[in-house]
Design a protein around this ligand. Structure first.
Ligand code: ATP
Ligand code: MG
Length: 313
């Protein structure tokens, strides 16, 4: 059976400081490896929600690569197009949490397996059942080959009547924002669903007003633009207007991966044909549950966990 949802991009392991306020420019303790990478987290979150998911990407022939492949298999994700290019180690991201709540990243990614992805590795047939292709901007800035592979996947998706969702996931540690914007342009234009954080919407449009930024991204096409607002929830813009949907109050243990779990839940609910309001509540609940557990994808909830959580709030 071919997947209905395909995530393409970097699978990596994350190795992080256990506590906030431990900068990485001096020795100290790390914990990990944790399976991570925005598209990988989204794939796991989508699989837990019951979707037939395929992951396209590359890992090394090493312990970290085994960790990721085993994880995907355990989650029921199709790995037919998870490559193991010779001579490349698995991608790694080191992360620290600053006292002001921000994160610092050190990426070993571009020259790792994650960056060694090529369009000719894809086959149109894999996309024959596709409903959603999901791409993260963090993949587009890895290499020209990654960008071309994503574009090929997008072409195969559109040719098969599938829809395309794009999360900008701007990472200044990978590329300055101005350059990312240029590389993103064709993907921003082609997206059926755009899933930026509110800060990313500002950065991508050079506009500090939420409403104007969202409407600029919306353009006059038939798109949905969702501004993710952390604990405050999200705002959904579409041809029918704007909807602010508040978040759920939870104790935040680890914010990493909230956006990706939100994305998976949002696309799943759109596929169900739910209203945008019900869809946004479902996605907010998925994001809220995600931050209550340590580890990038450990908090990805199932549909019944989300429904129980909403009932109790
Ligand atoms: P990521 O670290 O995965 O890139 P992000 O920065 O893309 O995350 P956020 O806006 O932080 O995205 O979170 C996505 C969604 O998850 C929010 O829109 C909200 O619904 C939910 N969420 C995130 N943080 C919290 C929180 N502290 N409490 C409740 N809900 C949250
Ligand atoms: Mg994000």
């Amino acid at each position: 059976m071919k997947p209905k949802m395909i995530a393409i991009g970097e699978a990596l392991v994350e190795i992080m400081r256990p506590d906030i306020g431990q900068p990485m420019d001096r020795p100290g303790t790390f914990i990990g490896p944790f399976a991570s990478g925005a598209p990988a987290i989204m794939a796991v979150a989508a699989a837990r929600l019951g979707n037939p998911v395929g992951f396209i990407g590359a890992v090394g022939e090493d312990a970290f690569g085994r960790l990721l492949r085993n994880r995907f298999v355990d989650e029921g994700i199709d790995c037919a197009y998870l490559q193991t290019p010779a001579g490349h180690a698995t991608g790694v991201a080191f992360v620290s949490y600053e006292l002001d709540g921000s994160r610092e990243f050190v990426f070993h990614l571009r020259y790792a397996a994650a960056g060694a992805m090529y369009p000719e590795q894809l086959e149109a047939d894999y996309f024959s059942e596709i409903e959603w292709l999901h791409i993260s901007g963090s993949t587009l800035v890895l290499s020209a080959a990654c960008r071309e592979t994503c574009m090929r996947a997008l072409e195969y998706t559109k040719a098969n009547g599938g829809k395309f969702s794009f999360d900008p996931n701007l990472r200044e540690a990978l590329l300055p924002v101005a350059e990312s914007r240029q590389l993103y342009a064709p993907f921003l234009a082609a997206a059926d669903v755009l899933l930026p954080t509110v800060e990313e919407a500002h950065a991508l449009t050079d506009n500090a007003d939420d409403d104007t930024a969202a409407k600029t991204l919306l353009g006059d096409g038939d798109k949905i633009v969702v501004l993710k607002r952390g604990a405050a929830g999200c705002s959904v813009y579409s041809s029918t207007g704007c909807l602010d949907v508040p978040g759920f109050a939870v104790e935040e243990i680890d914010p990493t991966g909230a956006g990706d779990c939100f994305n998976a839940a949002f696309l799943t609910a759109v596929s169900y044909g739910w209203s945008l309001e019900k869809t946004a509540r479902f996605a907010n609940a998925a994001g809220a549950l995600a931050v209550t557990k340590q580890g990038p994808m450990e908090g990805a909830p199932t549909q019944s966990e989300i429904e129980k959580f909403i009932e109790n709030h």
